[in-house]
Design a protein around this ligand. Structure first.
Ligand SMILES: [Zn+2]
Length: 431
């Protein structure tokens, strides 16, 4: 049997993950099976069946005659008839292939929230590069590698450029073992899903690291929430807020630091505003009165307090969550405010502590959109491809290139801004 299509990058990702020299990935028509015979130390990952035959001599896997290979069909090609989106095969050879990084994601049953977030994460160039290059393998922790490995396989498949559509089911299954809610066929909140994914990846890849300035900052700040472990997730997405807290009676000041990976921004208008308006609203001085008063160590009692936040560590990729879902007691509503956000040169200078203003300008790299109502609705993503520099709309399996002006919509829910110039990342992503 001849494999229908070789997927070298996918096979390389598998071989990185299990530390093998030989890896082969076959893409077979549905109903066809390949058989492999190997020595016991060969581990076949991904396929449902692993067959080994200790009686065979040790022959490099890749050099075995193809008729002896024992991979079951790749999981991505298995059909699950109950699913809304079957994985379509590329039927039209005349159609030009998608550029790398431009592949739809199969909906596994109300998983548009998952697909939209995964498309955005796959469009953050240094994150995609880290997983596609196999760099993540050296950081993998033995006890919780499943999610990160599945994420790497998924990103590798999405960036191969040979498939119109990829299935995220292995990734969902891996994350579902940690958080069973995500295996249910119910709509979930994309922002919550994003945080779970970032946390799971951080857990799988974290390393202890004494941060510069860590000792100094903990002396004057409450260090709750400041992780002493780093991962690609903290390196790319983690920022730090510094809260200045002033007692309005004695004017004593104190400071508190808090890390963040997603900034949830209030929306100050029902109809129309700018992202800068949301940012100003978030970073404006807040006066805590009545039940919200804070204990002042000088006055030794609760006092009215002024609090102002600023960014003391700007992340390389900053994610904004626009708080469209407004829930006050029993009253829930979705704010449909048309929020104008820039595609390039978002200036965060006013919100960053002066000493940390090294990279105040950010460019938009991805957006999660939410259509419809609070309970239900539909998620899509608009992402900028770091290779073609073009914007693409991702609606589960449906993918189309869109002109930049269409990236701005009143449906935006999550915004991913990156400070790295895309031209530099492009070079890396071609490796
Ligand atoms: Zn006081």
């Amino acid at each position: 049997m001849t494999p229908s299509r070789a997927r070298p990058a996918h096979a390389i990702a598998h071989s990185h993950a299990v530390g093998l020299y030989y890896a082969l990935c076959l893409s077979l028509p549905v109903g066809h099976h390949a058989w492999a015979v190997g020595t016991p130390q060969w581990t076949l990952v991904g396929p449902a069946h692993v067959l080994t035959d200790p009686g065979r001599s040790s022959v490099p896997f890749a050099s075995l005659p193809s008729s002896e290979h024992s991979l079951s069909a790749h999981p991505h090609s298995t059909e699950r008839t109950e699913l809304p989106d079957p994985l379509p095969a590329r039927e039209d050879p005349a159609r030009p292939p998608n550029p790398p990084g431009v592949a739809g994601l199969r909906n596994l049953g109300n998983t548009c929230y998952m697909n939209a977030v995964l498309q955005c994460l796959a469009s953050v160039p240094p994150l995609a590069q880290y997983f596609r290059s196999g760099q993540y393998v050296t950081a993998l922790r033995k006890d919780c590698r499943e999610v990160a490995t599945a994420f790497a396989y998924l990103l590798t498949d999405m960036w191969l450029g040979d498939a119109d559509c990829v299935s995220p089911e292995e990734f969902r299954a891996a994350l579902g073992r940690l958080h069973p809610d995500f295996t249910k066929r119910t709509q979930q909140d994309a922002q919550e899903f994003l945080i779970y994914v970032l946390n799971a990846l951080h857990e799988a890849l974290r390393k202890y690291h004494q941060r510069s300035g860590e000792k100094r900052s903990t002396q004057r700040c409450c260090s709750r929430g400041i992780a002493s472990e780093t991962s690609i997730i903290t390196q790319l997405f983690e920022g730090q807020l510094n809260y200045s807290i002033m007692c309005l009676k004695c004017e004593n000041c104190s400071y508190r630091n808090e890390v963040f990976t997603v900034l949830s921004l209030p929306i100050p208008s029902e109809y129309e505003c700018t992202l800068q308006d949301c940012l100003q609203c978030f970073f404006q001085q807040d006066t805590l009165t009545w039940n919200n008063q804070i204990h002042c160590s000088f006055c030794e009692t609760k006092q009215e307090t002024a609090v102002r936040a600023s960014i003391s560590k700007p992340p390389k990729t900053i994610i904004f969550h626009l708080k469209r879902f407004d829930i006050q007691g029993q009253v829930k509503r979705k704010l449909r405010t048309d929020i104008h956000y820039p595609l390039t040169n978002l200036d965060l200078t006013p919100y960053i502590c002066p000493v940390f203003r090294k990279h105040p300008k950010y460019n938009l790299c991805a957006v999660v959109n939410h259509f419809g109502d609070l309970d239900g609705g539909h998620y899509t993503a608009s992402c900028r491809n770091s290779v073609t520099q073009a914007w693409y709309s991702f609606d589960d399996t449906r993918v189309s290139e869109i002109p930049a002006p269409l990236v701005q919509t009143s449906m935006a829910y999550l915004l991913f801004y990156s400070w790295q110039p895309f031209s530099k990342a492009t070079q890396k992503c071609r490796s």
